[in-house]
Write a protein that binds this ligand. Sequence first.
Ligand code: SF4
Length: 313
Amino acid sequence: MTGRLSEILLADPRGFCGGVTRAIALVKKTLADFGAPVYVRHEIVHNKHVVEDLRRQGVIFIEDWSEMADPSRPVIISAHGAPQAVYDEAESLGLKLVDATCPLVAKVHEQYRRLAAQNLQIIVIGKKEHPEITGTIGQCPGHAPAAVINTVEEAENLALQPGTRYGVVTQTTLAVDEVSRIIDVLGAKPGIELATQNKNDICYATTHRQAAVKELARQCGGVIVIGSKNSSNSRQLQKTAEKAASGQEFKAWLADDVSEIDWDSAGQIERLGVTAGASAPDYLVDELLAEARRRYPNLKIRYVTVTAETKIP
Ligand code: SF4
């Protein structure tokens, strides 16, 4: 679908999820209650604009307690959650802790603890270095995961012990289709028992945004995902769009904001899809639409709604 940009299809749902809204609100409430500065352990959510905005309001982002110049100030755990050791250390240091862990990440933590209590070997599907996975596998210090894998190929190559029961937990922001293939590969290994309580632990927001971007990919010649490069669910939206569109001429971009849009390429696509990762604020999409309207005055904008989304289920 090439030509001059004449229509934008806007994914619904897109952008902020319940967990991100809650985490940012907790930081703002802490600032209002205690004044600046307050500390946040890790980026509260993976979005450059959110982080810069909060920094301007007096938030200091740290990765380790030793970076707190004033340990009497409150410190907030990011939406990605943290290992149990982080809570233990905070308690022993007497820190004022505010927990902004998304309730859906906390649910995965519970699941990990339950599987560990049953003495199952645990396979974690997710990115080893992602803070959510560090938090999940750090729930039971005495029960390290049997493996952390992230691709179908890694699942195929994983040697499991016959006669052993395995439990599986997943990162909340992965690609739904890929995780389902990984679990199928694991489940097909001979002689093992795979105990999965849910099909996966991917959250409602990730699932809905991927369903919406697939629909955009089916209807459009290209898709712009507004989100930061370190945002797992934003990257998965880009990947999901590319996969859903395979076979046709198609391009999916991941951009932090309107300044990163390559209009020479995007403007050649007659019908363009736009969505945003769960940590990307709405105003970034509004700015993109305003610029698109300025460049293409006859532009039509239409919503593609795949599901109604109101709150964390
Ligand atoms: S993307 Fe999902 S798991 Fe992450 S904060 Fe949002 S609702 Fe929670």
